[in-house]
Design a protein around this ligand. Structure first.
Ligand code: CTP
Ligand code: CA
Length: 230
């Protein structure tokens, strides 16, 4: 249950967090997805709760238990995640998009299990782009303070800067997923945070490095850094 009189720097604040992967059905028994474990998003939910926030955690399919005192909404696909996000936005103060949303879904989901075609050695699936959930949040009339994530295997700074501006984020958390033992599925993570400098100029980006540590500790450090910007 929610503590009726929470204390802390985020008291009175509604934080909405997306976490985990999405699953895009191919047929009744198969799907497209990715390796996201949901650990980073769940750690952020706990850290925000401990700073006094009311937390809504919109999660794709993961194997993690719901942290105490957090309102969890389970979704499967990107379209369902978008719907769940839209339903919480009216009173959202801070939105953190931690989910690894599948970029594409099947143009048509097969009603019955696909069968192998005898003699054929290849199969083509037609995919269409999913909506960009975080961009839909920031393009609203009165957007919440919005934090995005970027998992990259190369050119971290360039891609993060590009997403910060293109998605109109207030802050982006960039993870180098090429480092073994960090990021996807791991218990530890490191990050570089990017946001526009006070001048607001798109050329003046401030960066701040968070060294490797447990995801729960990283989540807390991230919120501590975010607070004065919010
Ligand atoms: N995101 C989202 N909806 C999508 C795709 C991404 O809300 N359909 C959010 C993620 O939750 C994350 C941020 O956007 O906070 C960046 O995700 P990422 O996959 O790195 O961005 P993309 O624009 O999909 O770019 P890429 O081509 O690198 O996958
Ligand atoms: Ca993507």
């Amino acid at each position: 249950a929610h503590a009726p009189t929470a204390a802390g720097p985020l008291a009175g604040c509604h934080v909405v967090i997306t976490a985990g992967p999405t699953r895009e059905a191919i047929d009744p028994v198969r799907y497209l997805s990715n390796h996201s474990s949901g650990k980073m998003g769940f750690a952020l939910a706990e850290a925000a709760r401990d700073q006094g926030a009311r937390v809504t955690l919109i999660s794709g399919p993961v194997t993690l238990a719901t942290p105490a005192g957090i309102h969890r909404v389970n979704v499967i696909s990107a379209m369902e995640m978008l719907e769940a996000v839209n339903a919480t936005l009216a009173d959202c103060d801070i939105f953190i998009g931690c989910a690894a949303v599948a970029d594409y879904r099947l143009e048509e989901v097969a009603e019955h299990k696909l069968k192998k075609v005898p003699g054929s050695t290849a199969l083509t699936l037609n995919l269409i782009e999913n909506p960009d959930i975080i961009a839909a949040v920031t393009h609203r009339e009165q957007p919440p303070f919005t934090v995005g994530f970027a998992a990259e295997t190369r050119e971290l700074a360039r891609h993060a800067h590009d997403k910060l501006v293109r998605k109109r984020l207030d802050l982006i958390v960039a993870n180098d997923v090429a480092t073994p033992g960090l990021g996807f599925g791991a218990d530890d993570n490191a990050a570089v945070l990017y946001h526009l400098a006070a001048s607001g100029s798109e050329a003046a980006v401030t960066s701040h490095t968070l060294s490797p540590r447990a995801k729960r500790a990283l989540a807390q450090a991230l919120l501590d850094y975010m607070l004065p910007l919010y």
